[in-house]
Design a binder for this molecule. Structure first.
Ligand code: GAR
Length: 203
């Protein structure tokens, strides 16, 4: 059980480039939490070097061929237990989390998705936004809840314009810049709110 004197201990889960991970770690001084580990679902994820550069312990947990989602979820929990994590931040983690994982961190898993949810959950949101003729897209930071992919309570959103000359790549680049602003500031507010709740419940 976490006491008021302990900061949240956060695992960041990635699968690839890790630019959101980098933005978060660069802003870590302004976020009232300790980034205790980075877990990658791929051993060749370029984002791992950001964790190493910031001195955050890294773990690789790849899903084995034929492994069930729940068995993978249980293995993913192991490094988080080892590093005593109380919260999880998904930063381009491209596996669906199994129920054992969700049950271990209720309302304590945060994700960023590059669209204005509930629009365009899942894969290829930029291409789909352009194909739908959207004039506005953006990104959403939300809690991860059981039974919903890219669903759950929205913590923050920011709009980004879609221009007629955009393709999926140019839109992705513009949204990604917005993500790098939105995610660290939203996490700062989220963890500050969590600390206030903890203080309130112990008063
Ligand atoms: C980001 O655009 C993030 O919003 C998206 O993956 C990208 C990861 O980039 N996440 C999802 O689509 C989740 N459904 P990064 O590895 O450079 O942070």
């Amino acid at each position: 059980m976490m006491t008021t004197t302990e900061r949240p201990r956060v695992a960041i889960l990635i699968s690839g480039r890790g630019s959101n991970l980098a933005a978060i770690l660069e802003a870590a001084h302004a976020i009232p939490a300790t980034f205790a580990c980075v877990v990658s679902s791929r051993d060749d994820a370029p984002g791992l070097h950001h964790a190493r550069a910031h001195g955050v312990p890294t773990y690789i947990v790849e899903r084995a061929r034929g492994e069930t989602r729940d068995d993978y979820a249980r293995r993913l929990l192991e490094p988080l237990a080892e590093t005593a994590c109380t919260h999880v931040v998904l930063a381009g983690f491209m596996q669906i989390l199994g129920d054992p994982f969700l049950a271990a961190y209720p309302r304590r898993i945060v994700n960023i998705h590059p669209s204005l949810l509930p629009a365009f959950p899942g894969l290829d949101p930029h291409r789909r936004a352009i194909e739908a003729g959207a004039h506005v897209s953006g990104c959403t930071v939300h809690l991860v809840e059981p039974g919903e992919i890219d669903g759950g309570r929205v913590l923050a959103q920011v709009e980004v314009p879609v221009f007629s000359e955009d393709d999926a790549d140019t839109l992705e680049a513009r949204v990604l810049r917005a993500e790098h602003e939105l995610y660290p500031t939203t996490l700062a507010t989220f963890f500050e709110g969590f600390a206030q709740e903890e203080r309130g419940s112990s008063a």
